[in-house]
Design a binder for this molecule. Structure first.
Ligand SMILES: NC(=O)c1ccc[n+]([C@@H]2O[C@H](COP(=O)([O-])OP(=O)(O)OC[C@H]3O[C@@H](n4cnc5c(N)ncnc54)[C@H](OP(=O)(O)O)[C@@H]3O)[C@@H](O)[C@H]2O)c1
Length: 425
């Protein structure tokens, strides 16, 4: 088979970009055997071409001039491994407009500007792929778009942020939120500024992309209901343990009667549930559909080489396929309504701090009953003249549970606003 030389451009040559080059160099023979193409990095855009690189690029490959990469006729496909919305977004638009296929590892860009970028790719007749933007090495986009194309996936549950998963696993073994964050930073799992991870922003972008692909309808980053882990206390983690559960930051995308709900929030997960076994910095995505019932994919959700695996897989897919079509381009083919958040239903866990007086419990349960919410499990603990009530509530709409808890917070014997999380079994 005659080999075809394909020039690759990289936007960025950092942790992921240099790993992509390493894999293309070290795996060149395997890629050629599989595809008949020899992929070679011919240009890579960086801020500082003089900086030392862990896997050096070839002579003359690094440039700080975007136009040199865009206008190079030897660059056929580009991997965007630079990050950020701007200038990465403008560069990707220009490259697509110039007729170059792009693969991106940039979750924030795809989750925010996907609609516009896919339209630009489609207009130019080139591919835009994004496997590496969600869960690094886990090939979940390909599984959803290709393997499960007729499976009517109606629910996606995911642990899609390794930093918070590491922190929550750490808190389970004892220690405060601050201890867990310090340890995640010491291991290099959390950045010096961990905001995107702990507020759920990183997970929300990934869940927006997964829901879009799973349901075939655009879900943007802003559409995702989001709550981070910053309010979690050691007491919540140990209360969950007493109930046979763990707390995880979970992404939940639901398609119910033609309406969609996507949320990221800490949840209590039953110890026997597959997501409870996801420990440390790993990611997992569980896909539920009529025919497939349940498929769980688990693996490393970050790291240079891990993410580069997905970038290289997308590059290989681009050169191994041609033209545009459903598999290569925009996953969306329909508009879905948004499920009103109050109608989203789940089992819930509520943690209440109350004064230790007779009748409090009856008062709380009667308010819940007034909203048709019933109690499945109850743990009451005395604490210095006060008491904590830990309630597991049967499945009920979020609006009813929140309404009841709003009324309960107004009771004089309730000392702090109740803390509410969904339960996943
Ligand atoms: N690292 C991971 O584990 C991981 C996992 C999944 C997804 N991702 C995604 O992959 C992308 C890259 O991440 P990374 O960890 O490789 O980042 P990184 O190590 O910071 O590398 C970024 C690269 O882009 C270049 N760059 C940044 N801004 C630029 C600008 N304005 N003009 C020219 N060059 C610019 C940098 O140049 P200099 O080298 O000269 O500074 C650097 O080479 C991000 O979208 C990230 O979210 C990363």
């Amino acid at each position: 088979m005659a080999s075809v030389d394909v020039g690759i451009g990289l936007l960025g040559y950092g942790t992921v970009g240099s790993s992509v080059n390493r894999m293309l160099v070290e795996g060149a023979d395997e890629i050629e055997r599989a595809t008949g193409h020899r992929l070679r990095v011919v240009r890579a855009l960086v801020r500082d071409p003089k900086k030392d690189r862990p896997f050096p690029a070839g002579d003359g490959v690094l440039t700080s001039d975007f136009a040199a990469l865009r206008d190079d006729p030897d660059v056929h496909v580009v991997a965007e491994v630079m990050g950020g919305i701007s200038p990465a977004g403008e560069y990707v638009r220009e490259l697509l407009g110039a007729g170059k296929a792009v693969v991106s590892a940039n979750k924030q860009l795809i989750a925010r500007d996907g609609a516009e970028l896919f339209a630009a790719a489609s207009a130019a007749g080139v591919q835009l792929r994004f496997e590496a933007s969600v869960c690094a090495a886990i090939p979940v986009v390909k599984v959803l778009r290709e393997s499960l194309v007729v499976s009517n996936v109606h629910r996606v549950l995911g642990i899609v942020n390794g930093t918070t998963n590491f922190m929550l696993s750490r808190m389970e073994r004892g220690g405060s939120y601050a201890d867990a964050l310090a340890e995640a930073q010491a291991h290099g799992y959390a950045e010096a500024d961990p905001t995107d991870d702990v507020t759920g922003a990183d997970a929300a972008a990934k869940m927006a992309i997964l829901a879009t692909v799973a349901f075939g309808s655009r879900v943007r980053y802003e559409d995702v209901e989001r709550r981070g882990i910053e309010e979690l206390e050691a007491a919540h983690v140990s209360a969950a343990a007493d109930l046979g559960m763990v707390i995880r930051l979970v992404g939940i995308a639901t398609l119910l009667d033609g309406a969609v709900d996507v949320r990221v929030q800490p949840a209590l997960v039953d110890r026997s549930h597959p997501l409870a076994a996801v420990d440390g910095a790993f990611n997992a995505v569980m896909l539920q559909g009529d025919a497939i019932r349940e498929i769980t994919l688990e693996g490393p959700g970050a790291g240079g080489l891990e993410t580069a695996t997905a970038v290289v897989a997308d590059l290989v897919s681009v050169v191994g396929t041609s033209g545009t079509g459903f598999l290569q381009n925009d996953a969306c083919w329909r508009e879905l309504d948004r499920l009103p958040p109050v109608e989203w239903s789940s089992e819930f866990f509520a943690h209440l701090e109350v004064s230790d007086r007779p009748g409090v419990l009856a008062h709380v349960t009667s308010r819940l009953a007034a909203h048709d919410v019933s109690v499945a499990q109850l743990v009451q603990r005395p604490a210095d003249g006060a008491a904590t009530l830990e309630l597991v509530l049967h499945r009920a709409p979020l609006g009813e549970v929140s309404g009841a808890l709003r009324e309960i917070s107004a009771f004089p014997e309730v000392l702090r606003p109740p803390f509410l999380l969904p339960v996943i079994r």
